[in-house]
Design a protein around this ligand. Structure first.
Ligand SMILES: *[C@@H]1O[C@H](CO)[C@@H](O)[C@H](O)[C@H]1NC(C)=O
Ligand SMILES: *[C@@H]1O[C@H](CO)[C@@H](O)[C@H](O)[C@H]1NC(C)=O
Ligand SMILES: [Ca+2]
Length: 232
């Protein structure tokens, strides 16, 4: 009986609540998860069933020097349908369908924010990564691939199966803010503007200023300090 109650409350707690909020000036904080039982993560709800061109931008702050997932979009066919992760040396891996490319050892801050944008166009396969105002050259990944069907978008954990398959050794630890996703390749000018705190058109697939999300486990919503706060 007691066990059933416990299970029930764990299920309830895990089920979380869908929230739609303007998170501008806010961040999700993912502290460490010493017992590894919470698998803290945030599900981002997007209304999309087909993606052939996209840009994702986000800012993260993390001291962790191991592999960690930054963005994980899975379909029922491809667990790493659109995935971005980084390792301890600052190498970033972009994954599209069953194709991937690793940008080796990009200069990454460990005691400050990192602004990262990733663009991909299936028609040409061209993909590019931006980090803190710098950019990589164009690479080819996932040419002619189209992300189809139900999508499951998760931050905080990396999916090794649709909506699950989380492992504590590639979970995200730190803070994340200003996550946007567009269904087109955002211009270099707008990306530079995003990185320099300028104005930009918010994402039309995921919009931090109007985000539909569900939190699970120890994830905290706090004031972000990417834009220098004015102290009261
Ligand atoms: C938020 O996402 C949930 C789950 O996909 C959906 O049922 C709900 O309609 C969405 N809310 C809004 C306001 O889009
Ligand atoms: C994480 O652990 C799993 C097994 O639990 C292993 O297969 C995988 O390679 C590990 N990943 C990293 C990034 O160390
Ligand atoms: Ca995976």
């Amino acid at each position: 009986m007691e066990m059933k109650m416990l299970l029930f409350s764990v299920l309830l707690w895990n089920a979380g609540r869908c929230e739609v909020r303007d998170l501008s000036g806010k961040q999700f904080s993912f502290p460490n998860d010493p017992k590894g039982v919470n698998l803290p993560h945030v599900v981002l709800h997007a209304k999309t069933t087909s993606i052939s061109t996209m840009t994702i931008c986000l800012r993260f702050f993390s001291q962790l020097k191991r592999m960690q997932g930054l963005f994980s979009l899975a379909t029922r066919v491809h667990e790493n349908s659109l995935m971005l992760n980084k390792d301890g040396q600052g190498s970033y891996k972009v994954h599209v369908g069953s194709d991937s490319y690793s940008y080796l050892q990009l200069p990454t801050n460990h005691l400050d924010w990192n602004s990262v944008c990733w663009t991909w166009d299936s028609q040409t396969g061209l993909t590019q990564l931006w980090l803190n105002g710098l950019r990589t050259s164009q690479k080819l990944v996932g040419m002619n691939h189209i992300v189809r069907g139900d999508v499951s978008i998760i931050i905080g954990q990396e999916q090794d199966e649709f909506q699950g398959g989380f492992k504590t050794n590639d979970s995200f630890e730190g803070d994340m803010t200003d996550l946007h996703m567009w269904d087109h390749v955002v211009s270099a000018c707008d990306i530079r503007s995003y990185m320099n705190q300028g104005s930009f058109d918010p994402g039309n697939v995921l919009n931090w200023n109007n985000l539909n999300y569900t939190v699970s486990g120890n994830v905290f919503t706090q004031d972000a300090d990417f834009v220098e706060p004015v102290c009261q």
